[in-house]
Write a protein that binds this ligand. Structure first.
Ligand code: DCP
Ligand code: MG
Ligand code: MN
Length: 331
């Protein structure tokens, strides 16, 4: 759903744009996850490179750019376009699948199925709402709004309201808006919120207590901010919010995290996804396994041990000997 990750300080933005587009094609149409990762990686390496790349050969010296991508950079520099992308653009089914996957709740597999059934446009979906599930219908209802990126100032206001409402239920709740917002971006695609409370424990999962707490918080937010619920479980709410009648509807995700897992979750949901991948790989090299729940040492038998007790994000970096990066440096 993200179309435009390159920012204006990026001198290699045009390369990044075509690489992202190729990555989306590999993910959604070819379903080749290795090529998808290769293009995504190359795009983020080029985005982080502060010198304008002048040739494929120069690009190839960068980590994550191989022969094939370097040739594409040469073709793009010489002709201003890519034959591979031109061909992809001309394929009508590809166009239809790409359009339908822009609806929240429609993934590439479902989009391809709709296209095979003759549903190719947003209009076609609107005439066939009975073929869509609840999430997809909400995605369709707010299709235009969900495509609009969210300015930082609006998320700041939403953050205030979230904190005020949640702290009126319990002063000890922590609320952290993660995702691209926490990485300092001027605009975000959605709002990713993590919440914890000292009394919410991993062991609650079995007793369903977390579910009660999350429902209580969401009920409170239904009075002011939240307009629709896509889904709500014991730990995860997916829905829609709106700050005021003049502003667009926004996608809002809220997760209630057990306090033992909070910092691993904040790290994970701050991203970026590319940063997470490289940090996880580094953790493995250092003999740890890191995910959104925990950091665990891997024993000599190769079996992960008990989660390490973590009290800050910085501690995770320290354990795995990874130089600390501020959220704004994790793009
Ligand atoms: N994440 C991840 N791997 C994924 C999906 C998500 O590591 N496959 C993590 C990193 C993301 C975070 O979750 O930063 C939030 O996911 P989003 O899709 O909301 O991405 P962002 O918030 O980074 O960007 P956007 O502004 O598009 O919402
Ligand atoms: Mg986000
Ligand atoms: Mn999100």
């Amino acid at each position: 759903k993200r179309k435009n990750p390159s920012n204006n300080s990026n001198v290699n933005a045009d390369f990044c744009d075509f690489l992202i587009e190729l990555s989306e094609y590999e993910k959604n149409v070819s379903r080749n996850i290795h090529k998808y990762n290769a293009y995504k990686k190359a795009a983020s390496v080029l985005a982080a490179h502060h010198k304008r790349i002048e040739s494929g050969e120069e690009a190839k010296k960068l980590n994550g750019i191989g022969d094939k991508i370097s040739k594409k950079i040469d073709e793009f520099l010489q002709t201003g376009k890519l034959k591979k992308l031109e061909n992809i653009h001309q394929n009508e089914e590809v166009q239809a699948v790409n359009l339908l996957t822009r609806v929240s709740g429609i993934g590439p597999v479902k989009a391809a199925q709709f296209v095979r059934d003759g549903l190719r446009t947003i209009e076609d979906l609107r005439k066939n709402q009975d073929k869509l599930n609840h999430h997809q219908n909400i995605g369709l209802k707010y299709f235009e709004d969900f495509e609009k990126s969210i300015p930082r100032s609006e998320i700041e206001e939403i953050e205030e309201i979230l904190k005020k409402n949640i702290n009126s239920i319990g002063a000890e709740f922590s609320v952290t808006v993660c995702g691209s917002y926490r990485r300092g971006k001027a605009y975000s695609g959605d709002i990713d919120v993590l919440i914890t409370h000292p009394s919410v424990k991993v062991s609650d999962g079995k007793k369903k207590r977390g579910g009660e707490v999350l429902k209580k918080l969401i009920n409170k937010l239904n009075e002011s901010l939240i307009t629709d619920t896509i889904s709500i479980g014991a730990t995860k709410f997916m829905g829609v919010c709106r700050l005021s009648k003049e502003l667009p509807y926004r996608r809002l995700d809220i997760r209630l995290i057990p306090c033992e897992q909070y910092y691993c979750a904040v790290l994970y949901f701050t991203g970026s996804d590319v940063f997470n991948k490289s940090m996880r790989a580094h953790a493995l090299e250092q003999g740890f396994t890191l995910n959104e729940y925990s950091l665990r040492p891997i024993g000599i038998t190769g079996v992960p041990g008990e989660p390490i007790h973590i009290t800050s994000e910085e501690e995770i970096f320290e354990y795995i000997n990874y130089p600390y990066k501020k959220p704004e440096e994790r793009n």
